[in-house]
Design a protein around this ligand. Structure first.
Ligand code: HXC
Ligand code: NAP
Length: 268
């Protein structure tokens, strides 16, 4: 089967947490293009409704509801509403996140907790609540993590710790839910262009240029790069993959590949 040719997700239902913008909306749009019905949640009714309209305007089917991932009951109610409208949920994308640059001494306990609550507790809430609404066997779940989970980055202690927790939770659930025929994986995007994340982490042209010079592939990725990996991971072509944390990052997580990183210049 050519996953990039057929409408292989026709008749499937996808639930996207944090789907009002950015990478997660890009994933939702791509699934809709391939025939899936999509339920989106984010904190803000206006933003999530606008995102659902974008998908409908492009010929897809989508519904958007306000639900804060820190509120378990609100998340469970959103799953119930999507299941009521579209049937059993086949695919869950957990990508709600909050982030800002701050050194540890520049953040309060509440600042650290806020990011842990949105990213890590939020992912727990989405994945835990999903269990009662997903197709068993057959469902595929993807958490959105980041390279900061395995390669610490200064001023990102809160997000790195949260994403490290997401990696462990994802792999633990792959073991617990595998026997029920549920696959649980994570995608770890590198720097992705035209996103809120990169607007916050590399807010100037100078910072962007400096960051790109360190990436092995020397450029940011696109939302489409991440969405296509999600399509693959949720397709039958990936039916034996679970517990994987897959980097889509131009090699970023490997380290600094800038010319300046070499203190000794080899010949040639
Ligand atoms: C230090 C800060 C801060 C900053 C907020 N806080 N911004 N501390 N430096 N720049 C502190 C506040 O002072 C407060 O602590 C606490 O954090 C909570 O702030 P609130 O504004 O009350 O929280 P809330 O309204 O829940 O908003 C959450 C948010 C916000 C994360 C702070 O930025 C947000 O809504 N973000 C969502 C969008 C987003 O971040 N997208 C990018 C995701 S990208 P006190 O002590 O004063 O009460 C991403 C990149 C991935 O994740 C790569 C890395 C892993
Ligand atoms: P984004 O557009 O800000 O996406 C974050 C989404 O989460 C928004 O839709 C936001 O919508 C929602 N959200 C935030 N807090 C929420 C909450 N408490 N409850 C429910 N929804 C909430 O940022 P992005 O850059 O595309 O990032 C998307 C994902 O990719 C995140 O998991 C991020 O960590 C990951 N990532 C991004 C990059 C990058 O280069 N951008 C790199 C690595 C990993 P509302 O504001 O409407 O609630």
């Amino acid at each position: 089967m050519d996953i990039f040719k057929d409408r292989i997700f026709a008749g499937k239902t996808v639930f996207v947490a944090g789907g009002s913008s950015g990478i997660n909306l890009g994933i939702a749009q791509r699934f809709a293009e391939f025939g899936a019905r999509v339920g989106l949640i984010s904190r803000t009714q206006d933003r999530v409704a606008a995102a659902a309209r974008t998908i409908a305007d492009a010929g897809g089917e989508a519904m958007g509801m306000a639900a804060d991932v820190r509120d378990y009951d609100a998340v469970a109610a959103a799953f119930a509403a999507v299941k009521d409208s579209y049937g059993d949920i086949d695919i869950v994308i957990s990508g709600a996140a909050g982030n800002f640059l701050a050194p540890v001494v520049g953040m309060s306990s509440n600042a650290f907790k806020t990011v842990i609550d949105i990213d890590l507790l939020g992912t727990f809430n989405v994945l835990r609540a999903s269990y009662d609404f997903i197709r068993k066997p057959g469902a595929s779940i993807i958490s959105i993590t980041a390279g900061q989970a395995v390669r610490p980055v200064m001023f990102q202690a809160h997000a790195g710790a949260a994403k490290a927790g997401i990696n462990n939770l994802t792999q633990c659930l792959a073991m617990e839910w595998g026997p029920a025929g549920i696959r649980v994986n994570a995608i770890s995007p590198g720097p992705i262009g035209h996103t809120e994340g990169m607007a916050r982490l590399a807010p100037s042209e100078e910072a962007t240029r400096a960051l790109k010079s360190k990436i092995p592939l020397r450029d940011y990725g696109t939302k489409r790069d991440i969405a296509d990996l999600a399509l693959f991971l949720c397709s039958d072509n990936a039916k034996y993959i679970t517990g994987a944390i897959i980097d889509c990052d131009g090699g970023s997580v490997l380290g600094d590949a800038s010319a300046d990183a070499l203190s000794v210049r080899p010949r040639g």
